[in-house]
Ligand binder design. Structure first.
Ligand SMILES: C[S@@+](CC[C@H](N)C(=O)[O-])C[C@H]1O[C@@H](n2cnc3c(N)ncnc32)[C@H](O)[C@@H]1O
Length: 282
């Protein structure tokens, strides 16, 4: 892989092969640890069970945000599926490190959908639930269950730990494709949309359709858990349903420019001759 430290340098040499995908993932993991502030943030997340994903993604976000800061100074970025705030706090931290400002939009229910009670998370009870409901099995398969907790307080603590201001984040509480949420986001112009919410096929397709049109030309759509069909042996590849949904992205005027483990980065074409659907899909 490229020894370049710029996004352009890395993109110009990237090819989607098993060799390259493994090397990107390994190198990005190492590069995360070379930046003390990235390493400290990821260590804190891992130690306190505050998020998912791979260490390599911290360097990926550093590359993307610093590219945007150099380009226009004040990026506007949106995450679908915030959980305990790993990614939004990282974005704020990277902007602070770069002496820049950033507009962060966080779309999430900020609540869980399953009891935190140990008994109700018992494998035996879940097996019985599985017999009763196919939907339960399906949601469990794609990691759609999260314990009920006070997510706002948890995220605020993460922000405070890194001396960041959670009040500056535009928090949109709800499900990404619900009518009230779509009303809030419909006029946004974004540099990055990061999709990591509901992992079922239909929901991911709707997220892509409803949010990709908000991305500025040459901005980025980053899909989590999306590399199921990609070559590579070193990393977990995500969910089949999410990865299958990604098949629609290039027809919406995007090019897959880089893959980092199970995160796939698509860049919006500057000029597109492809048909772009701007309808809202409920
Ligand atoms: C896998 S977690 C996200 C992890 C987080 N991005 C990180 O890197 O630490 C998925 C999150 O998406 C939320 N979620 C589920 N369906 C959603 C939807 N339709 N819209 C927004 N958020 C959703 C869940 O409540 C949960 O917080």
């Amino acid at each position: 892989m490229s020894t370049s430290n710029t996004l352009e340098g890395i993109l110009s040499q990237y090819r989607n092969s098993a060799y390259n995908n493994d090397l990107v993932w390994i190198n990005f993991t190492r590069r995360t640890d070379k930046f003390p502030f990235l390493k400290e943030h990821r260590d804190f997340i891992e130690k306190n069970n505050l998020g998912f994903g791979d260490r390599a993604f911290h360097y990926m976000w550093y590359l993307l945000i610093s590219h945007l800061v150099l380009k226009n100074g004040h990026p506007k970025v949106l995450e679908i599926g915030v959980y305990k705030g790993q990614v939004i706090s990282l974005w704020a931290l990277i902007a602070k490190y770069l002496n820049s400002t950033i507009d962060i939009v966080a779309v999430s229910p900020f609540t869980g959908n399953i009891s935190n009670n140990v008994f109700l998370n018992n494998p035996f009870v879940n097996k019985v639930r599985g017999y009763i409901s196919q939907k339960f099995i399906q949601n469990q398969k794609v990691g759609n269950y999260h314990p009920r907790q006070d997510y706002f307080s948890i995220i605020r603590e993460v922000f405070e730990h890194f001396e960041l201001n959670f009040d500056e984040v535009n928090k949109i509480k709800g499900y990404s494709n619900s009518e009230p949420v779509l009303k809030c986001i419909k006029d946004m112009h974004l540099d990055i949309v990061y999709i990591d919410g509901d992992h079922s096929y239909d929901a991911v397709v709707k997220d892509i359709q409803n949010y990709s049109s908000l991305i500025k030309p040459s901005g980025f759509l980053v899909m989590d858990d999306a590399s199921y069909f990609l070559p590579g042996n070193q990393f977990w590849k995500g969910y089949e349903e999410v990865s299958r949904a990604c098949a629609i992205i290039e027809d919406l005027g995007f090019t897959n420019v880089l893959n980092v483990g199970h995160n796939r980065i698509y860049q919006k074409d500057l000029v597109t001759t492809r048909s772009i659907n701007k309808k809202i899909f409920l």
